[in-house]
Design a protein around this ligand. Structure first.
Ligand SMILES: Cc1cc2nc3c(=O)[nH]c(=O)nc-3n(C[C@H](O)[C@H](O)[C@H](O)COP(=O)(O)OP(=O)(O)OC[C@H]3O[C@@H](n4cnc5c(N)ncnc54)[C@H](O)[C@@H]3O)c2cc1C
Length: 335
């Protein structure tokens, strides 16, 4: 019987949080390390003070999620019954005055997408502002060295950052893995995405349900967070740029990026823009995935790689990947 007394999970996004719950339920001691100031990773909600002093809220990463898997549906049903999530729509149009109802529910967090992560983090040992700089090991233990110099050890590891970031941490270990595995991991690639978060002086021109899934350049997505219900007191917009625009303007100053995207959004912003912020997602959504829901390597010590780069993309893919990583470790340890 192999030892799985404790497990370190790097990343407290959807994948890491789901993995932690699954392991903790089997009596494994779990510690999550996240470099962010809060949990959730790309399940991100931001707030700002508006000109009136009221708080303006924005979902600036994942906007909604869908459910295909019966197992994930059970979690979502529970969240829905508890008032954490709600159905937002059954599709988003690609243009004004058109409809796109495919009958498939799109869910969102009632108080923003990040609230789902904060709910999942309850009862877990999560260390925030804890950026792992390096991973090393001896015969029995992994050791994570944080940028603060602190070291944390455990006998198993789950890595959930976007894969290029996980590979950087594994640098010292990768050479011991088969070349085909390294190549498959190196192929996982993500699109970058600029998010512009704008506060408006009045309502946007976006009709119900409050978002357009344009899937084009320069704007791929635009959502009204007030209509969505997460910014009750202030009209706010989330604009996501397409991957081509984002790549082209990656080094462009933020005020120029904001201007270009707000100009492109003018037909949906009849009210003046009062303020804006720009967020740059280097890894937004994977375009090339690892074919399995996780990758478990057992030499030199057990480590599972997980996240939305494995199996299926998006929020649901990340959740199922986290569960798969936990279960792969439990099976390895015969638990
Ligand atoms: C702009 C945008 C729009 C999106 N829209 C949708 C959508 O509408 N629907 C949908 O289903 N999905 C959407 N997604 C994708 C969805 O957000 C992700 O698939 C999902 O949240 C990924 O979860 P994860 O746990 O795999 O990764 P993450 O959420 O990225 O979690 C990884 C965590 O690892 C942490 N981390 C990284 N490196 C380190 C380190 N060295 N030390 C410590 N911690 C570290 C990070 O801080 C992060 O919290 C969108 C994403 C973006 C960015």
């Amino acid at each position: 019987m192999k030892s799985l007394d404790n497990c370190l999970i790097v990343g407290a996004g959807m994948a890491g949080l789901m993995a932690a719950h699954r392991l903790q339920a089997e009596g494994v001691k779990v510690t999550l390390l996240d470099k962010g100031r809060g949990v959730g990773g790309r399940l991100a909600t931001r707030w700002a003070d508006s000109e009136t002093g009221a708080k303006a809220y924005f979902d600036h990463g994942a906007q909604f999620f869908t459910v295909r898997d019966a197992r994930f549906q059970r979690f979502v049903n529970e969240w829905r019954n508890g008032g954490l999530v709600r159905e937002w729509s059954r599709g988003f149009p690609a243009a004004l005055h058109s409809a796109n109802d495919d009958g498939h529910p799109r869910y969102c967090g009632v108080a923003g997408m990040n609230a789902i992560a904060r709910h999942l983090a309850q009862g877990l040992d999560v260390r925030l502002s804890a950026q792992v700089k390096r991973l090393s090991h001896d015969d029995a233990l992994w050791q994570a060295e944080l940028t603060t110099g602190e070291k944390v050890a455990a006998n198993a590891l789950i890595l959930t950052p976007p894969v290029p970031q996980s590979l950087t941490l594994l640098d010292d270990v990768l050479a011991q893995w088969p070349a085909a595995t390294r190549e498959a991991l190196a192929e996982i690639a993500y699109d970058p995405c600029f998010a512009v978060l704008a506060t408006l002086a009045g309502p946007s021109g976006l009709p119900a349900p409050g978002a357009l899934q344009l899937q084009r350049e320069p704007i791929a997505w635009i959502a009204d967070n007030h209509r969505k219900g997460i910014s009750p007191d202030v009209h706010t917009l989330t604009i996501h740029a397409g991957p081509e625009f984002t790549r082209t303007h990656w080094e462009t100053p933020y005020d120029e990026v904001a201007q270009l995207l707000l100009d492109a959004a003018r037909e949906w912003t009849p009210a003046p823009v009062q303020s804006w912020q720009v967020h740059r997602w280097r890894y937004s959504q994977p375009q090339r995935l690892y074919p399995e829901p996780c990758l478990l390597m057992t030499a030199p010590l057990p480590v599972a790689l997980a996240g939305d780069g494995f199996g299926a993309a998006r929020v649901e893919g990340a959740a199922l990947s986290g569960l798969a990583a936990a279960e792969a470790l439990l099976a390895y340890a015969n638990i």
